[in-house]
Design a protein around this ligand. Structure first.
Ligand code: GLU
Length: 449
């Protein structure tokens, strides 16, 4: 099923497979970008000469470390920590930390690779990186989370810094974890260095809108795609998978723009609420009480919970996958298109399999790939870094306006680039090419480094 790779790119891809055995998600992310780059090499023969693509596929540095910690009963546990510093052509490595049992090097490398192009698209001075651990935060006490975060930072601190590498959150890492890690960094280094982490609390260097940014940003991106088709969110029925940070603020902004979200999910099941999701309830359950989405039906009796259900079977016009990688396969994509879905905005990283992407592109619906659609999170992290550098903090409206403008800019860049390369309406090609060129040009300028 896979699309054809240009004859210059096929051997590069084969080399990536051979050098990174068993890292399926990384292979998938690389292949998707390479599939877009054939015409770029024709226009820019200098990239091949300088081996830019081969260099971009090899992380500048990969750090893997032991993270020992003690649970509340005094038992010792060992997890594995990662930080992949992928590309620093455009700025310090920037990207989140993911704490989830599925984490291994292949996941961190796929995320780090995506982050290079995403960060480039934002137009902000940030390189690409990612990190995390196979630690499972589910069911852990606050104290256990704190001890884990402290142990994790006790190794990580020596690799990061405001001009070097700036981690943030991702799945399993939010404000609480960033707090524990910032505290440990400050203690070890004896530096109050705000710019070393983003997603900080508001009274210690954080930025307004950072919490909401990924969700709001993906809705802004979809709004731009709809506008380009003379349409809007008004009256649209929407699905938002997940119920974490990205999903919650996606739902909030969709409702603000006149759409109606009727389903969300977690890794156990799906909540369907035909009257429209009660966001306050979801926020209380998930953000405050850290409970499962199943409990929603205790408070909204008409709502339906389906254990192990498939959210993509619910008919909708706009779908915003905001949970995790590969959550929409080819069959799900066909179901969505058949049920009348006209727009997809990826709040998660690589939530659609290659088969699914092909279905959306063939159907010519508005498909906003993650590296463009969910770039608002990291873009607002860059705004947080700007405020930290200025020792200033901006108000909510101004910061949200900046985010809105950045998302509009990303949309325009992807849209125009797709036209320039003969694929109008194809945001995958637009995002991959536009994201790549900026990084490639910087790498050419720097010489062989
Ligand atoms: N983890 C987020 C992402 O996937 C945000 C990273 C950041 O803010 O550095 O882009």
């Amino acid at each position: 099923m896979s699309m054809h790779l240009d004859e210059k790119l096929e051997p590069i891809y084969q080399e990536v497979l051979a050098r990174n055995p068993g890292e399926m998600e990384f292979h998938q992310a690389v292949r998707e970008v390479l599939e877009s780059l054939g015409p770029v090499l024709v226009k820019h023969p200098e990239y091949a000469h300088h081996k830019i693509i081969e260099r971009i596929c090899e992380p500048e540095r990969q750090i893997i470390f032991r993270v020992p910690w003690q649970d509340d009963k005094g038992q010792v546990h060992i997890n594995r920590g990662f930080r992949v510093e992928f590309n620093s052509a455009l700025g310090p490595y920037k990207g989140g930390l993911r704490f989830h049992p599925s984490v291994y090097l292949g996941i961190i490398k796929f995320l780090g690779f995506e982050q290079i192009f995403k960060n480039s698209l934002t137009g902000m001075p940030i390189g690409g990186g990612k990190g995390g651990s196979d630690f499972d935060p589910k069911g852990k006490s606050d104290d256990e989370i704190m001890r884990f975060c402290q142990s994790f930072m006790t190794e990580l601190y020596r690799h990061i810094g405001e001009h070097t590498d700036v981690p943030a959150g991702d799945i399993g890492v939010g404000g609480r974890e960033i707090g524990y890690m910032f505290g440990q960094y400050k203690r070890i280094t004896n530096r109050w260095e705000a710019g070393v982490l983003t997603g900080k609390g508001l009274n210690w260097g954080g930025s307004l809108v950072r919490t909401e940014a990924t969700g709001y940003g993906s809705v802004f991106f979809v709004d731009e795609m709809l506008k380009a088709r003379k349409d809007s969110f008004e009256g649209k029925t929407c699905l938002v998978s997940g119920s974490g940070n990205v999903a919650i603020y996606t739902i909030e902004k969709i409702h603000e723009l006149g759409g109606k979200c009727i389903a969300c999910s977690d890794s156990n099941g799906v909540i369907y609420d035909e009257k429209g999701l009660d966001l306050n309830l979801i926020q209380r359950l998930k953000e405050v009480e850290r409970r499962r989405i199943k409990d929603y039906t205790q408070y909204r009796k008409h709502a339906v919970y389906k254990e192990a259900g498939n959210i993509w079977e619910v008919p909708c016009q706009v779908a915003m996958p905001s949970a995790t990688q590969n959550e929409i396969n080819g069959k799900d994509a066909k179901t969505l298109v058949k049920n009348g879905c006209i727009a997809i905005g990826e709040g998660a990283n690589m939530p659609t399999t290659p088969e699914g992407v092909k279905v959306f592109l063939d159907a010519q619906i508005a498909y906003g790939p993650g590296k463009a659609a969910n770039a608002g999170g990291v873009a607002t992290s860059a705004l947080e870094m700007q405020q930290n550098a200025q020792r200033d903090s901006w108000d909510f409206d101004y910061t949200e306006q900046r985010l809105r403008k950045i998302m509009k800019g990303i949309h325009e860049l992807c849209y125009d680039t797709a036209i320039e390369y003969g694929c109008p309406g194809n945001y995958v090609v637009g995002a991959n090419i536009a994201g790549f060129i900026k990084v490639a040009d910087a790498m050419v300028a720097f010489g062989v480094v």
